[in-house]
Design a binder for this molecule. Structure first.
Ligand code: SAH
Ligand code: ZN
Ligand code: ZN
Ligand code: ZN
Ligand code: ZN
Length: 505
């Protein structure tokens, strides 16, 4: 949906920043300057006629410049004074307490009688009695129970900043499903990257059930969690630049965790913000995979660290670009604070969120009681509406609806599409026919349509998607669920496409 060519940090949308036109991520440069979120990423503004635009660094984690306005041209000379000021700024923008301090505070906190256990809702912080005074004007919760301390994801407000860090927490159903699956597959360790609720479920089971042997390490940028977990349970981590805020010690914690002791198998589970740059995520995940591999003294030479990457289905081609060994599962992951994606008794809204994995699809058993069935030919579980197509010889639906085969396109398409002889492909009934002689409205050259524009090879799938369905999804998403700021940028890039089109006409 939102794709490499057209996407970039929203941090770069202001008038003095590179304006319209595509942004491409070049990645993590060795000498990259840092913002409070670790090394910045290198981007390039891609002009209409191709060719390299000016390169610049921007914050890896924040797509809203209100959250972090770091910006620097790659070739910019930065004075000593500015460097010093920047370092000071970065220092001042670290959390008030260190992880160690938070662990000590927690120890004192649990010793307090229930009546003295307060949590400041404004500061999102556990308070010690000596601090009450300072927070006297703030709203706070009293009598924080041990159960509450074991469910920090319920105690903390989900971060709602749409662009930077919207937190969408698994429903109990989805979380339980994931954990059962992990257990059934025989994993003993879970590297939870941006999955605090899964981590929490594992931690609380481990503390309550004697024979529960699964352990979890949470890597997340949300430092509030350091109030509830020790350094062995939580690392403050940025998954867009593989940055451990706790330095080498934290990195080492992660490395140790990945070390497979006595055949205790490890799986990584991640549920990144959907607005995230897929290539940045992929590059970090590859580093985590490499870390896992390094811990293997022998064996597993040709294996990858098992992984569940939870992401919307329309990112399938992007994910497969970076991880060809991955497959998308039909299971629909849903969220508590997604007003519209809740699992109901009477038919539910279809969540677009899926599990991508490098495990053998047939091993991922999906709940039959929720309508999933096993397709013996595809050797994987599929959703009830997903019909096996004899011609494609696969269960082709991506969104759970029954798709239909088009003999002319030689593939299955969405039920709402029909074959347009003018465009020579399947599309929406009321689409604007693309005339080849009008020239491609992406690059302007004649001889091909936008859908086959070579300069847009990466955005192709986005261009070919069913526009109406996409708008619907975007609307649904905007109405409440928006972990998907990617959607917004998808709209943004579509607007750009439209504007380009206008200019050309
Ligand atoms: N469904 C998950 C939560 C997913 S929301 C669950 O219920 O456990 C996305 C998560 O990624 C949040 O926990 C958020 O804090 C984290 N996150 C967002 N940006 C991040 C970044 N740059 N690096 C690491 N974690 C990040
Ligand atoms: Zn930043
Ligand atoms: Zn099938
Ligand atoms: Zn087909
Ligand atoms: Zn067709």
């Amino acid at each position: 949906m939102a794709d490499g060519g057209a996407e970039g940090p929203a941090a770069v949308c202001g008038p003095e920043r590179p304006g319209a036109g595509g942004l491409a991520l070049l990645g993590l440069a060795p000498s990259a300057p840092s913002c409070p979120h670790g090394p910045a990423l290198l981007f390039v503004k891609t002009g209409q006629g191709g060719g390299g635009g000016r390169r610049f660094y921007a914050c890896s984690a924040c797509r809203d410049r209100k959250d972090c306005n770091f910006f620097q041209w790659e070739d910019e000379k930065v004075s000593e004074t500015r460097l010093a000021a920047r370092e000071e700024y970065n220092r001042n923008h670290q959390p008030p307490f260190t992880h160690r301090q938070n662990v000590e505070r927690y120890k004192s906190f649990v010793l307090l009688p229930l009546s003295e256990r307060r949590f400041c809702q404004e500061c999102q912080q556990l308070l010690l009695p000596a601090e009450w005074e300072k927070h006297s004007n703030h709203q706070f919760l009293c009598d924080i129970s041990t159960a509450q301390l074991k469910s920090p994801s319920q105690l903390l407000y989900p971060l709602e900043n749409k662009k930077t860090n919207a937190q969408y927490l698994f429903t109990d159903r989805s979380c339980q499903f994931l954990l059962d699956l992990i257990i059934d597959l025989g994993f003993k360790r879970v590297l939870s990257v941006g999955t605090p609720r899964l981590h929490e479920m594992i931690q609380s089971k481990a503390s309550q059930e004697e024979d529960f042997r699964v352990r979890s390490l949470l890597l997340d940028i949300d430092f509030r969690y350091s109030q509830f977990y020790t350094e062995d349970e939580f690392c403050h981590y940025n998954m867009f630049n593989h940055y451990f805020f706790g330095g080498e010690a934290a990195c080492e914690t992660c490395r140790k965790f990945l070390y497979q002791d006595k055949g205790e198998r490890v799986i990584m589970v991640t549920d990144p913000p959907f607005g995230g740059l897929v290539e940045a995520l992929a590059s970090s995940f590859k580093k985590l995979m490499a870390m896992w591999k390094e811990t293997e003294k022998e064996g597993h030479k040709n294996q990858e660290m098992p992984m569940f990457w939870i992401f919307p289905y329309f990112f399938e081609s992007r994910i497969l670009e970076f991880f060809p060994s991955f497959n998308m599962m039909d299971y629909q992951v849903d969220y508590d604070n997604h007003a519209l994606y809740k699992h109901g008794k009477t038919g539910r809204r279809q969540s677009p969120v899926r599990i991508f994995t490098n495990l053998t699809p047939s091993m991922i058993v999906l709940p039959v009681e929720e309508g999933y069935r096993f397709c013996a030919i595809c050797q994987r579980y599929v959703s009830s509406g997903n019909q096996h197509c004899e011609i494609c010889n696969s269960c082709t639906s991506k969104d759970g609806r029954r798709w239909k085969h088009c003999v002319l396109c030689k593939k299955c398409v969405k039920p709402s599409w029909f074959h347009c002889n003018n465009c020579n492909c399947c599309t929406l009934q009321n689409h604007a026919c693309e005339k080849t002689d009008a020239g491609c409205f992406v690059c302007g050259k004649a001889g091909h349509k936008r859908s086959s524009c070579p300069s847009l090879s990466r955005t192709r799938t986005a261009c070919q998607t069913d526009e109406k369905q996409r708008q619907k999804t975007v609307k649904r998403v905007k109405m409440g669920i928006c972990k998907i700021s990617a959607m917004k940028r998808a709209i943004f890039s579509r607007k750009k496409l439209k504007n380009n089109k206008k200019k050309k006409m």
